[in-house]
Design a protein around this ligand. Structure first.
Ligand code: DAH
Length: 360
């Protein structure tokens, strides 16, 4: 093997072993660069005899071309390999089944709150809020429930701590959403149309009672709002909420300190084989309390009762959920049992709307 063959073997080996473009470039410079081994040999041609120059020159040129070709080929091969590696990692099996929906579900109480809000929003009611730790005044006095009123005992109130020497009455966990009526009227005055969904608390626990549950309050105050408007609003609500055309409501005279007159409202229903049907049958089920807002309540909220009047109502959201979705035990609502939540929960991305459907 002559010297050029040795050179050729050396560079072709190096090129074959090069792992990336940078090493290829180093090899190119070492062989063919201005000061590369082969370029230097080219320069030596000048000192040769014409015959030597002819043979060696041609041989050097061939060597140069061969190394150049090997470099290009190796470069292409490396680029191909890099692309193959990338394609292998970005590979996608289009025959795989689609990703499952998120496993979380919307709790029936949240679902019903959204449904109720959507229905009343459609009738022009805004959503109002108030605190869950409420003052004695908002929860009772402002609603015409005086300290000695028996309704205070009926509410099974949770009291917050107060130091014994502090003369002020303790705060309470609100026992109903009615105090939000007062807060909303103080803030906005009249006329006003709001609902107030939220948590309430009472010391009570059995199959149909939990110490924490949910209510939605309604309030509409104007110049000439009457019981007739109350009746229409509630019927319209029940039709939309229970998704039945024929609902029948029964207004039963009742008593609440914050309304005068007061009515409890029952809905016609049937129980057949443990199945509840709304709008038919011979049974009646109580679903809410309501009435014309008592003048004293308007007064304590800073609204002049000689100028304004209107109705209010309050209903249990958990109860509405049990009725509409056939859920038998209220306690299960708050036990966070995943199997229960998956069974009774709602798809996370379907927002209830009056026009798009409430509970598909
Ligand atoms: N606050 C009452 C309760 O918790 C429900 C209620 C009854 C609210 C009559 C009202 C109403 O606004 O007018 O039992």
């Amino acid at each position: 093997m002559d010297a050029l063959d040795v050179l050729k073997a050396k560079y072709l080996d190096e090129i074959a072993a090069a792992a990336d473009e940078a090493s290829l470039e180093e090899i190119r410079l070492a062989a063919l660069g201005k000061k590369g081994e082969i370029s230097l040999k080219m320069r030596e041609l000048g000192q040769m005899t014409p015959e030597e120059r002819q043979t060696t020159g041609a041989a050097l040129n061939r060597l140069k071309d061969e190394i150049d070709a090997a470099l290009r080929a190796r470069k292409t091969a490396l680029a191909d390999a890099a692309l193959d590696a990338r394609l292998a990692t970005e590979w996608l099996d289009v025959t795989l089944p689609g990703r499952p929906r998120p496993r979380g579900t919307i709790h029936p109480v949240s679902q019903v709150m959204e449904e109720v809000t959507a229905i009343f929003a459609d009738m022009g009611f805004a959503v109002a809020e108030g605190p869950q730790v409420e003052s004695d005044w908002y929860n009772f006095d402002a609603l015409n429930i005086a300290p000695e009123h028996p309704a205070r005992q009926e509410h099974d109130t949770f009291f917050m701590h107060r130091d014994a020497e502090d003369p002020r009455p303790p705060h309470v966990l609100r026992t109903h959403t009615s105090p939000v009526q007062i807060r909303a009227m103080q803030k906005q005055g009249a006329p006003i149309r709001v609902i107030a969904p939220g948590r309430v608390y009472r010391m009570d626990m059995d199959q149909t009672h939990a110490p924490m549950f949910h209510q939605v309050e309604g309030l509409a105050i104007g110049k000439d709002i009457s019981m007739a408007n109350l009746k229409w609003v509630l019927e319209e609500f029940c039709r939309a909420f229970f998704e039945v055309e024929n609902v029948e409501l029964r207004f039963r005279a009742s008593h609440f300190p914050f309304t005068e007159p007061s009515a409890e409202v029952d809905i016609r229903c049937s129980w057949e084989g443990g199945q509840l049907k709304i709008g038919e049958g011979d049974s009646w089920m109580e679903i809410l309390g309501s009435g014309m807002v008592h003048p004293k309540v308007l007064e304590s909220a800073g609204v002049d009762p000689t100028e304004w009047q209107g109705f209010a109502f309050g209903m249990g959201i958990d109860r509405l959920a049990m009725l509409k979705y056939g859920i038998p035990d209220l306690r299960a609502f708050f036990e966070s049992d995943l199997r229960w939540l998956r069974h009774y929960g709602f798809a996370a991305l379907d927002m209830p709307t009056v026009f798009g459907g409430l509970s598909r």
